[in-house]
Ligand binder design. Structure first.
Ligand SMILES: [Fe+2]
Length: 169
């Protein structure tokens, strides 16, 4: 059965993110390798991954597209602040089922809003907001019956997180 995963703020190839976020890697090459291996150890070829933005920095469109081809799964992109420069390239567009500013999925009778930035515009039709922008190391809390979950790699062992793992809380 197809599994559904979420991830965000991977910042592949971004040397300074190691220092900014205290990531446990000595070099950017090590970080790239570990995160790609973590991804492919968890995600199978026919699974679906929602990527909540900030895929990679300090690299070309070709480099990012080569990376995306090596990462298992069909992908849906929710744009982050560092992805906007890429969206006009057809090679980049072709790596995704769709590219969106935000996206709503239904799971277990709940509507989950997927955004790069934590949303401040939640109405009664939304029960959860998955986001990643703040790079925090904590990943779950509830405010007025809305569940917020940070799917970013810094809070999820540098790997995509499966929807069943999130729903467990
Ligand atoms: Fe980010």
């Amino acid at each position: 059965m197809r599994k559904i995963f979420f991830t965000g703020c991977t910042h592949f190839n971004h040397t300074n993110i190691i220092r900014y976020c205290g990531r446990p890697f000595q070099t950017v090459e090590e970080m790239n390798l570990v995160m790609a291996n973590n991804w492919n150890n968890k995600v199978a070829e026919n699974d679906l991954v929602y990527m909540l933005g900030d895929i990679a920095l300090c690299c070309s469109v070709d480099w990012i597209c080569d990376l995306l081809k090596k990462l298992n799964g069909e992908k849906v992109l929710i744009l982050g602040n560092h992805d906007s420069r890429l969206k006009r390239y057809s090679l980049f567009q072709n790596q995704f089922q769709s590219i969106n500013k935000q996206y709503i999925i239904e799971y277990a009778n709940q509507n989950i809003l997927l955004t790069h930035w934590k949303s401040t515009m939640i109405d009664r039709s939304i029960q959860a907001n998955f986001y990643c922008h703040n790079h925090s190391k904590t990943n779950e809390y509830k405010v007025e019956n809305v569940i917020y979950y940070n799917v970013g790699v810094d809070a999820n062992k540098f790997a995509p997180v499966e929807i069943n793992e999130i729903h467990a809380w």
